[in-house]
Ligand binder design. Structure first.
Ligand SMILES: [Zn+2]
Length: 176
């Protein structure tokens, strides 16, 4: 990994540090720290954390290369850890913070988890779930989660999107 890119990625993390605690941005920063672990391991830098009552109950970062498993996305790892931690197959009181728009597989896993809220950072035009789902503004306007999420799930996009997207851009720049 080129040194300049590592420094630049560290700068993204650093820039976000002056954030008040317990806000969406604060928790997204924690997800970004997970993404930075993936970055340092040479994985596409995506991170996720799951919170309940403003406490982090699980963390995950992309480990597709290390595990040689294309399903080892940050969300899946964080979800499995949360189910284990709670001893429950549903997370109706939890929020997941993900640095990148979830893919269709992860959106499906989040559907099955019945998670309360999904908050993500940067959009993923190439592999994000939105690529496969027709927009349904009429659903969103009355507070129903966009497909393919559970009807009770709230979805919030673009939290620290510049920092989250910048880390990914830095990663692919270094790969080239
Ligand atoms: Zn995914």
């Amino acid at each position: 990994m080129d040194k300049w890119c590592t420094i630049k990625a560290a700068k993204y993390i650093w820039q976000a540090i002056a954030i008040p605690k317990m806000t969406q941005e604060y928790f997204m920063l924690q997800a970004l720290k997970e993404a930075k672990k993936a970055f340092d391991a040479g994985e596409v830098p995506v991170g996720a954390i799951i919170t309940m009552n403003e406490k982090i109950i699980s963390r995950g970062y992309n480990q597709v290369e290390r595990l040689k498993d294309p399903t080892a996305h940050a969300e899946i790892i964080a979800l499995t850890a949360a189910f284990n931690f709670l001893g429950s197959k549903y997370l109706p009181e939890a929020t997941i913070y993900i640095t990148l728009e979830p893919c269709l597989m992860c959106a499906g896993a989040l559907y099955w988890s019945k998670i309360n809220k999904v908050v993500y950072g940067a959009a993923d035009i190439k592999n994000g779930y939105k690529k496969y789902i027709a927009p349904a503004p009429e659903l969103e306007s009355i507070g129903i989660a966009p497909l393919p999420f559970h009807p009770k799930t709230t979805v919030i996009a673009n939290v620290l999107s510049e920092e989250c997207g910048g880390l990914i851009t830095a990663f692919f720049k270094a790969k080239r």
